[in-house]
Design a protein around this ligand. Structure first.
Ligand code: IMP
Ligand code: MG
Length: 174
């Protein structure tokens, strides 16, 4: 049976907000080189759209961690499935995530990446669900949208690996 998907944020809304955040990041990193770390797979659409709009020099690396199965609930277990290709020493690292939910993935990841000697680490997310936060210490530097506690898909986010390619953010109606 087809899932019913209600539009929460249109493609135009998402893209115009990404442009705003990109301008802010470009100002904050003026004179610096940003090393973007895309968290696969969900962060890939957002990373591309953000990177295209940055006016400072950019390099990209990719990492895949798993904290969820094909379900809508967190297992609480974080595992590195694919590690970075490049070292981080001396770099201005910008982690790019699709969504911060419980914060478990990012609190773990930030600790791991800090050990690799970057100059600094900031966190940028397309979506934030603060009501669901378990790891309250996770500091988000750039948030495109704060959303209510609903399961969303599109723009990289999936439900059982489906809907990542939707150009908007929608809520799966159960
Ligand atoms: P956290 O560790 O609980 O913060 O979960 C982060 C990860 O869970 C995200 O990177 C997503 O892959 C996934 N996730 C959390 N909420 C949603 C959602 O509403 N839709 C799709 N994926 C989600
Ligand atoms: Mg993710």
């Amino acid at each position: 049976m087809e899932d019913k998907i209600r539009v929460l944020l249109t493609e135009e809304e998402v893209n115009s907000r990404i442009s705003e955040i990109a301008a802010q990041i470009s100002r904050d990193y003026a004179g610096k080189h940003v090393h973007m770390i895309c968290i696969l797979k969900g962060g890939v659409f957002f990373t591309c759209e953000l990177a295209k709009r940055l006016t400072v020099p950019v390099s990209l690396d990719f990492m895949s961690v798993s904290s969820y199965g094909d379900d809508t609930k967190s297992s609480g277990v974080v595992r590195i499935v694919k590690d970075l290709d490049e070292p981080l020493a001396g770099k201005h690292v910008l982690i790019v995530e699709d969504i911060i939910d419980s914060g478990r993935t990012l609190s773990y990841l930030i600790e791991v990446l800090k050990q690799r000697g970057p100059e600094d680490i900031r966190l940028c997310t397309l979506l934030d669900k603060p009501e669901r936060r378990v790891k309250k210490q996770v500091k988000v530097d750039y948030t495109c949208f704060t959303i209510p506690d609903e399961f969303v898909v599109g723009y990289g986010l999936d439900y059982a690996q489906k809907y990542r390619n939707l150009p908007y953010i929608g809520v799966v109606e159960q």
